[in-house]
Design a protein around this ligand. Structure first.
Ligand SMILES: Cc1cc2nc3c(=O)[nH]c(=O)nc-3n(C[C@H](O)[C@H](O)[C@H](O)COP(=O)(O)O)c2cc1C
Length: 218
């Protein structure tokens, strides 16, 4: 059975997030994303369904946010002003859990702390069957982007170039993440470019027969 962390165990965990950011920096990464979604530890603190603490880390939204606040502070000391994203579960899909509007407050605090983009995913706290369909998580991205004036990312059943473009050009997100469609079609970027009638740069290794490539899409 999982158990609640003792309050004095938390500072050590916060430091580990900072250590991870330092390692990412040393390894030369350009973007860092803090995973506060999908039922992982930070998500458990943020969700009123999982967080039943009555100390300074639970009880109301501000206290539920405290662990993420400390993690963001620690990460920033190692990562500085380079691009920093936070992945959230905008909905717990359960009575009494987080809903997209819960993140108007959390997201405002993230922005104040220097997070650059909120990556709007969902679920993971409760084992519930989620009905998914094209763009099903986009409304949360749209809400936070409009209300908080912060950059957001949209994810979830985004499968075509046109669909991605619709989300971007209508101001519903600043970027889209594509997961499973990239597994189904490892050349998805090229497929999307074709869909949008965009010419993309061909990797040098293919330019030798450039005209053949363009003619046949071999
Ligand atoms: C095989 C697989 C592994 C995944 N692993 C992770 C993960 O480690 N962390 C994460 O945040 N999301 C993970 N996801 C979720 C994806 O990041 C993405 O949010 C989700 O698949 C919805 O987007 P899609 O419809 O474009 O696939 C995974 C998805 C798949 C299919």
């Amino acid at each position: 059975m999982p158990r609640a962390l003792a309050a004095d165990e938390i500072p050590g965990l916060v430091k580990l997030y900072g250590d991870a950011a330092r390692r990412a920096s040393d390894a030369g990464f350009d973007v860092l994303e803090i995973h506060a979604a999908h039922g992982y530890l930070l998500n458990e603190f943020l969700s009123p369904l999982a967080n039943t603490r009555d100390d300074e880390y639970g009880g109301d939204a501000k206290r539920r946010y405290r662990f993420l606040r400390e993690v963001l502070e620690e990460v920033k000391t190692h990562w500085g002003d380079r691009p920093l994203f936070v992945r959230i579960s905008s909905s717990d899909y359960a009575e009494g859990g987080n809903i997209p509007e819960s993140f108007l407050e959390y997201g405002r605090w993230m922005k104040q702390q220097g997070a650059d983009l909120i990556d709007c995913s969902s679920g993971g706290i409760k084992m519930v069957k989620v009905q998914t369909y094209p763009g099903y998580q986009v409304p949360a991205s749209e809400l936070l982007r409009k209300e908080l004036n912060i950059a957001t990312g949209a994810v979830g059943v985004i499968q075509s170039g046109r669909q991605a473009e619709e989300i971007l050009q209508n101001g519903r997100a600043d970027l889209v993440f594509v997961g499973r469609q990239m597994l189904r079609d490892p050349f998805w970027v090229r497929t999307a470019a074709d869909d949008l009638k965009e010419i993309i740069e061909i990797p040098t290794a293919y330019t030798r027969y450039g005209s053949v490539w363009l003619d046949t899409k071999a």
